[in-house]
Design a protein around this ligand. Sequence first.
Ligand SMILES: [Zn+2]
Length: 65
Amino acid sequence: MTIEHIPAGASWEKSGNASWGQCPKCKNWFHLGPEILKRPEVKLHCPHCAHEFHQNDAPRLIKAG
Ligand SMILES: [Zn+2]
């Protein structure tokens, strides 16, 4: 798993405090709220393929800030 931090003002970073996770199944990215990232025991739900997985199982996470 790779965790990346977005530098402030990144051109594609739209909402100021957005974090993103990549689905291990379909490889699509989706938005993650900051609260969910503080709770690694909570499963993420991919909106693209409905796969559920823990954030530690995500291939990549991008945390804003
Ligand atoms: Zn998916």
